[in-house]
Ligand binder design. Structure first.
Ligand code: C6P
Length: 409
């Protein structure tokens, strides 16, 4: 089937005002979607409507604006719950994003781990899913061990199996690698970890734009993501946690709205989800997060996945024709992220020239330095596609890339 016919991409693109702009006199080609996705007017309108009509603090006021805002915020929580198929709305904790969600869990485990416990982290992680666990092991004396990867960018599962033992308490892995696009076999990893009694946190920052995780089917303990990668706003995200875990971990931050009762002698805490939501939250962000999921679901994740896979294959084939170009991350199960370098040209130089031609890609280590160290490179050029990108944009990108390579060789 013709690529553009799988989705009505021409119509979809009209939803994204930013896609009409020019950059350096050229039509914008936005291939930095793994860093942040663009926002459709359906989501922008929700934010404008909130500030125009019912901006108020929530859970605190008897007045109409506060009640309208509270209702919309809690309705959005239910949308998020349904989207991820969590059992209860209170298993969805609003956070500032993936990084915040991971730090919340890492902080909570400080009181549950002891010296000599082991925690496993995959070699494919973003710094957000490494550093908080290093800090946790420094606080507790737990030992951080790494599940290694191979040249294709796949995790070596036999080594994962060997690392699991009765001291393993936690396993951290991303669903999809931001630097290489590898889709990790989290179903297998969760089952194996549970068999020895370890809990699993899955970083879904890069999976949620491309697929629809079912947290109950996965039987995952914690699943985290950011709204800004799923056509939503920045500064808001979620932590899904199984009820039993969320009840077991202590609160993350102290403040307003996370309490049951406060005296100078003692404070008792609110129940879920409020125990983890201290202070005035990002109200418009939460509501817009729900709207972003509505938008993505109106397009449909099956169609999105198929279309993006076609874009990935098309771009990969075109890139392979360029002399001296090496793709990093050749796993069989991959999403629409391509990391590459050309000969010994610095990624930053290519990225700068592409920008002059209106094309946005990310260059550098992508907050995943251990992956760059594995390949012994300082960084890569990363092109990442979403459902609103087109084959024509890829053609223009390939022509521009060839030009940049010629200029820099
Ligand atoms: N990756 C990228 O360009 P925040 O910043 O909290 O929304 O997400 C952090 C994060 C955590 N895990 C993974 C797998 C991620 O990809 C990211 C964000 C962006 O790849 C920005 S560094």
């Amino acid at each position: 089937m013709e690529l553009e016919l799988m989705l009505d991409v021409k119509k979809i693109r009209k939803d994204f005002p930013i896609l009409n702009r020019t950059v350096n006199g050229k039509p914008l080609i936005y291939f930095d979607n793994a860093a942040t996705s663009q926002t459709p007017k359906q989501v922008i309108d929700v934010i404008v409507d909130y500030y125009s009509n019912y901006n108020a603090n929530i859970h605190r006021g008897v007045h109409t604006l506060s009640q309208e805002a509270t209702d919309a915020y809690e309705q959005a929580r239910i949308k998020i719950q349904k989207h991820f198929n969590a059992k209860h709305p209170y298993e969805i904790i609003y956070t500032a994003g993936t990084t915040d969600s991971i730090n919340l869990v890492a902080s909570g485990f400080s009181s549950l781990l002891k010296k000599g416990d082991e925690i496993l982290v995959s070699a494919l992680e973003h710094h957000s899913n490494i550093v908080p666990w290093q800090m946790l092991s420094e606080r507790t004396g737990a030992i951080l061990k790494v599940i290694p990867m191979n040249e294709d960018g796949d995790l070596i599962l036999s080594e994962f199996d060997d690392l699991l033992n009765n001291k393993t308490k936690l396993v951290f892995v991303n669903h999809i690698s931001n630097a290489l696009g590898t889709i990790n076999p989290i179903e297998y990893m969760i089952e194996k970890a549970h068999a020895i009694g370890a809990a699993v946190l899955v970083d879904g920052a890069q999976s949620c734009p491309h697929l629809k995780p079912d947290v109950q089917a996965l039987d995952v303990d914690f699943y985290v993501c950011s709204a800004h990668k799923i056509c939503g706003p920045t500064g808001v995200g979620m932590l899904y946690g199984k009820e039993e875990w969320l009840n077991k971990l202590p609160p993350y931050q102290g403040g307003g709205e996370m309490i049951a009762e406060v005296t100078f002698e003692k404070t008792t805490y609110a129940g879920l989800p409020h125990k983890y939501e201290a202070g005035t939250p990002n109200v418009s962000g939460g509501i817009a997060f729900g709207a972003a999921l509505d938008y993505m679901n109106s397009i449909g994740f099956d169609a999105i996945a198929k279309y993006e896979h076609e874009l990935l294959e098309y771009a990969t084939e075109q890139l392979k024709q360029i002399e001296g170009l090496k793709i990093y991350g050749t796993a069989k199960e991959k999403t629409s992220v391509i990391s590459f370098n050309v000969s010994s040209i610095h990624p930053y130089d290519i990225g700068t020239i592409l920008d002059k031609m209106g094309i946005a890609v990310r260059t550098g280590h992508h907050c995943a330095q251990p992956i760059m160290d594995f390949y012994k490179i300082p960084g890569t050029i990363r092109a990442s596609f979403m459902f609103y990108n087109t084959k024509e944009e890829i053609d223009t990108f390939i022509t521009a890339l060839k030009k940049a390579v010629m200029m820099l060789s």
